[in-house]
Design a binder for this molecule. Structure first.
Ligand SMILES: C[S@@+](CC[C@H](N)C(=O)[O-])C[C@H]1O[C@@H](n2cnc3c(N)ncnc32)[C@H](O)[C@@H]1O
Length: 360
């Protein structure tokens, strides 16, 4: 249906300006990603006004590239420039969102996703025309970036906010219980738990050889012996999950992008002891597009879904639920898997996720 509406020139001009802004900001995301990867923000945080030569030298980088990067940073409003001395300064208020020291507030970790998605654009264009999906193996740097992302969003608040979501969990982990993490990726969360709670036993499952190799390397680095990582697909978990084996099962951002999410949830139900708890972190959409407009990072999440979460699921001949399946559909899937008691929580530092505490 065509809406019968007069062309509104000022509305068009405002939209044109918004598109220019998008052009600038999308370009900046690449420069911010590079600044993070080569350590420029961390270097500049420790410096007063300095020349491009001094900054490049301190960061051990090529001056010509650093100067062009500084051009993008200055015109993009991230770095301050003093033309009389040709010097540059990263204000502490900006460093608070761009440096490794910023912990969970470090936005530059998330800004790496743009470049990561750019690597698969041609393949996604092909999927738009012919269907199908782009498998995990094609997503360059994915396991590195998601590990950095979850290390800052999950690890930084594991003890202070996440464990307290489940009543008595800390005490039980201290005494010694059995915990499974599905879609564990590079295993940083489980390795941290294993070193915090030496009397408990931890198992991580993932179907990526790269992720499991990272997890095994991390286990060796931290010298923990109570964690074990298994290379295994979860697509048939409803049939091959062990029965009532685990006291706690977790899924950190690892259900919506599964090939067969319902099978995984049914397997979790089967593998959980009668009095066990399933702790699930997943994206906090609403399941209603018109309501998602109010979500502060919805365009980013829908884009990441299209170019990663949905397509990796479709590449497994899966459902392709997408990251924005939302709370309503999540609750429906959990109920279909057999769960009846579900609490939804939000954490103050985490605008991206819901935290579900689920029992049988
Ligand atoms: C978004 S990542 C989350 C990784 C990790 N939990 C974290 O928070 O860093 C989703 C994970 O699910 C895994 N995964 C996806 N489909 C799977 C399947 N069919 N079987 C096992 N693992 C799968 C991926 O390899 C990936 O490590």
């Amino acid at each position: 249906m065509k809406v019968d509406q007069e062309f509104d020139t000022s509305r068009a001009q405002a939209f044109g300006s918004a598109m220019l802004d998008t052009l600038n900001k999308s370009a900046l995301s690449f420069m911010i990603s590079i600044g993070h990867r080569v350590g420029l923000f961390d270097t500049m945080r420790q410096m007063d006004f300095a020349t491009s030569m001094d900054i490049a030298e301190r960061a051990n980088l090529n001056e010509r590239y650093v100067r062009e990067w500084l051009g993008a940073m200055v015109t993009g409003g991230i770095v301050i420039y003093a033309p009389e001395t040709h010097t540059y300064f990263l204000p502490p208020e900006h460093a608070a969102y761009l440096t490794r020291e910023a912990g969970p507030d470090n936005m530059s970790v998330l800004l790496q996703y743009s470049a990561m998605m750019g690597k698969v654009e041609d393949k996604i264009v092909d999927c738009f025309k012919h269907g199908g999906g782009v498998p995990y193996g094609e997503h360059h740097r994915f396991y590195e970036v998601i590990d950095e992302d979850s290390s800052q969003s999950v690890l930084s608040s594991l003890e202070s906010h996440i464990l307290p979501l489940v009543p008595d969990l800390r005490e039980k982990l201290e005494k010694g219980i059995s915990m499974l993490d599905v879609g564990c990726g590079s295993g940083s969360i489980l390795i941290r738990l294993a070193s915090l709670f030496p009397k408990s036993r931890f198992t991580g499952i993932d179907f990526s050889t790269e992720a499991i190799a990272n997890a095994n390397a991390g286990t060796a680095t931290y010298g923990v012996e109570n964690v074990h990582f298994k290379l295994k697909s979860l697509s048939n978990f409803h049939h091959d999950a062990p029965e009532e084996k685990y006291d706690v099962i977790s899924a950190f951002d690892a259900i919506h992008d599964q090939g067969q999410p319902l099978n995984v949830l049914k397997g979790i139900y089967r593998a959980l002891k009668k009095d066990g708890v399933f702790l699930m972190q997943d994206i906090s959409g609403t399941s209603h597009l018109e309501e998602d407009i109010a979500h502060p990072i919805a365009p980013f999440l829908y884009t990441l879904s299209c170019m990663h979460c949905m397509t990796v699921s479709l590449a497994q001949h899966g459902e392709g639920l997408g990251a924005m399946w939302g709370e309503e559909v999540t609750l429906e899937y959990l109920k279909r898997a057999g769960f009846s008691n579900i609490e939804t929580h939000k954490l103050p530092h985490d605008i991206q996720n819901n935290w579900y505490v689920i029992t049988k």
